[in-house]
Write a protein that binds this ligand. Structure first.
Ligand code: GRF
Length: 221
């Protein structure tokens, strides 16, 4: 809470893996002026390092293991029930490697963000770095977008670009993209928590301006 005791917007992070984006969010949220608080981290993989990172930061965690469910609907219903216990203002998918059902997405419409390692609308789905290389692209990057029913298809909020150089392979691109991810996810979460960012009639709106299809282009300077 701030000195005036106004509760900060509550952020819930969902992750599946190593959680480096979660760590970037945790680090940012420790800053004095960060306008939100991470209240819980949920995971579908019991052994994910993201859970360790959350525990280190004294953040509550929960696991909903997708392997314990017969169907995607049942998994999502259980995940939704866990999330609703925390009544979050914002859900941040940070390397959460599950495809979500329409019901789940609709329940959190306008308050759920995802990060995707490509310059959307290019390369939705998996293996984005390899696909960018195979296509001979000279520029690659990462997008943060609102989650809508279309997989990796919701309106973009911010994109960061990296050049593809002659010696790059999928691993070097992944590293370069990841370092951009860690810069732009806390920024997007900040905008949302400040009340500057919203989803209005299927468009991302920042400071009352409808964003272009690619969102804001991140420029660190
Ligand atoms: C990131 O590359 C993200 O774009 C992708 O999964 C990776 C997650 O990394 N969807 P981490 O778990 O945050 O380290």
């Amino acid at each position: 809470m701030k000195a005036d005791q106004t509760p900060l917007p509550k952020i819930l992070v969902l992750a599946s893996g190593s959680g480096t984006n979660l760590q970037a969010l945790i680090d940012a949220s420790r800053g004095r002026d960060f306008p939100g608080q991470i209240i819980a981290v949920g995971c579908n993989q019991p052994g994910a390092f993201a859970l360790e990172r959350a525990a280190q930061a004294n953040i509550e965690t929960f696991v909903v293991n997708h392997k314990n469910f017969e169907s995607r609907d049942e998994f999502d219903a259980s995940l939704m029930a866990e999330i609703l216990r925390y009544n979050p203002d914002l859900i941040v998918l940070a390397g959460f490697m599950r495809i979500l059902t329409t019901d789940f997405v609709r329940a959190f419409r306008g308050k759920m963000l995802n990060i995707h390692p490509s310059l959307l609308p290019k390369y939705t789905g998996l293996n984005t770095h390899r696909r960018a290389l195979e296509a001979g692209d000279t520029v690659h990057g990462v997008s943060i977008h609102f989650v809508t029913e279309e997989l990796d298809g919701g309106p973009a909020i911010i994109q960061a670009k990296i050049p593809i150089n002659a010696g790059d392979d999928a691993a070097t691109l992944a590293n370069k993209v990841l370092s951009k991810e860690h810069q732009i996810y806390p920024l997007a979460a900040r905008w949302f928590a400040e009340g500057r960012l919203s989803l209005v009639a299927s468009k991302a709106v920042l400071d009352e301006q409808e964003l272009p299809q690619h969102g804001v282009i991140f420029n660190e300077h």
